[in-house]
Write a protein that binds this ligand. Structure first.
Ligand code: AMP
Ligand code: GLY
Length: 429
């Protein structure tokens, strides 16, 4: 089996690490890849969003499978083009990736299928949006760009002035370009956030253990929103009862609804959930967002817990036979701490030497170091992005997993390195 993985972050490094364990794998390629991925795969300098370039590369290397990991190429329809050119793929086609590509679509979809989510309306015109905000008169309220906006298109407005400003910036000021041509305004939900990733072939849903990301840059959930600064899994407050409720009211209706609408979703679906026992109608979980892909950094914490061959899984998803495969996860706990460049998510410098990884990473002992933003420069590993490394600890308890991750983090150095010191605190107290 010859496989090409699209992407260049810690998520892709974790995916490639998991695929590399498969006995059936003969060759692995990545585009564009990074400094860590280059140790396992042949990296090709093709941009993740370059659809014709990627089809050409798949033809050149004669790939058996193409695994499309990031949101942009999925939403742009890379899977469709690869399929039309005869390649087997992992990832949803464009008409299913819209679940992440358009919040307006996903909110209307949930309404059509009675899937629990925050109340909302969509707008393209600021005067009508402002009239809705005034009539609701309930704060905070949440204002979201319809399209992909690098995780920055969600504004939690604390009062009317902030809400009007957000509407004006997005709809009239074009702050997020085409992604903000339409907005969704929705009710603010109180609770704890949980991510559930699941494999699906369009019929069967197989969830991973629940995880929780830490989106803010600084300890105590302070500072700016980031792509994610750390993850723990599983989370104790995602109980077996809540898991059953989510399967019945959210996961299966989503997959069934998409199939009924001629948008069968095949790949990994990301359910961003708000959990609160105080929601009305005895409903404990509501959907905050769908993503059409593996989460980053959730994947880095979760894939080391997967005991089943990932290649077998992607094959059964492609062949729509997921119900015939036994998928097992270890009972161990996982913690991922993100080491970022000083200044991230705002301005930061790159090109700093990274040291200490080799002496620290020890997968046999439950310490994994995935590269998120690194490159090789003059035979040396240097920083090349905002999020640089994802350090994962696997242990018998969450405390033990966190100890392993933080002990490894302390042994790795690069100039300006920043990480949160409170990952998982809420899950263990
Ligand atoms: P999204 O891109 O839709 O996941 O939104 C980004 C973040 O904004 C989420 O991870 C939540 O922390 C927050 N958020 C989004 N929607 C809501 C909501 N309706 N109520 C409370 N927080 C929200
Ligand atoms: N960790 C958030 C995301 O992947 O969108």
């Amino acid at each position: 089996m010859k496989i090409l993985v699209i992407g260049s972050g810690g998520r892709e490094h974790a995916i490639i690490t998991a695929l590399s364990k498969s006995k059936r794998l003969t060759e692995i390629h990545a585009a564009p890849g990074n400094g860590g991925i280059a140790e396992l795969a042949t990296c090709h300098d093709v941009k993740a969003t370059d659809i014709p370039g990627m089809v050409k590369l798949a033809q050149e290397i004669n790939a058996d499978w193409v695994f499309v990991a990031p949101d942009d190429p999925l939403v742009l329809g890379m899977v469709d083009s690869l399929n039309e050119n005869g390649f087997a793929t992992f990832g949803p086609r464009k008409n299913a990736a819209i679940l992440e590509g358009s919040k307006h679509f996903s909110k209307d979809f949930m309404k059509r299928h009675a899937i629990p989510t925050a109340d909302y309306e969509s707008f393209t015109d600021s005067a009508t949006a402002n009239a809705y905000i005034k009539a609701k008169d309930s704060y905070p309220c949440v204002i979201k760009c319809d399209g992909l906006a690098l995780g920055k298109g969600v504004i939690i407005a604390e009062d009317e002035t902030a809400a009007f400003t957000a509407v004006k910036d997005i709809l009239d000021g074009g702050k997020f370009g085409g992604a903000g041509g339409r907005i969704v305004i929705e009710e603010y939900l109180e609770g704890v956030e949980v991510t559930v990733l699941a494999f699906t072939d369009g019929k069967t849903v197989v969830p991973f253990p629940a995880s929780t990301d830490h989106k803010r840059a600084l300890d105590g959930d302070k500072g700016l929103n980031t792509g994610g600064m750390g993850v723990v899994a599983p989370v104790p407050y995602y109980t077996a009862e809540i898991a059953d409720e989510c399967m019945e009211k959210i996961f299966l209706p989503t997959i069934k609804g998409m199939a009924e609408e001629g948008r069968a979703f095949k790949g990994c679906i990301y359910f961003g959930l708000m959990i609160s026992p105080t929601f009305p109608d005895k409903c404990s979980a509501k959907v905050i967002e769908y993503n059409c892909r593996f989460g980053d950094p959730e994947t880095q914490a979760l894939l080391p817990l997967l005991e089943t061959d990932l290649l077998d899984i992607i094959e059964s998803v492609w062949e729509e036979k997921l119900d015939t495969l036994d998928i097992n996860f270890s009972n161990l706990k996982s913690a991922c701490v993100v080491m970022a460049s000083g200044g991230y998510p705002e301005k930061y410098s790159t090109g700093f030497t990274i040291s200490g990884i080799e002496a620290t990473a020890n997968p046999q002992d439950g310490v994994h170091v995935f590269h998120a933003g690194t490159r090789i420069q003059n035979s040396e590993l240097v920083t090349a992005g905002g999020r640089v490394l994802n350090v994962v600890g696997i242990g018998e308890t969450l405390e033990n997993a966190l100890e392993k991750a933080y002990s490894a983090v302390k042994s790795i150095t690069f100039e300006g390195a920043h990480y949160r010191t409170d990952i998982g605190k809420k899950a263990i107290t």
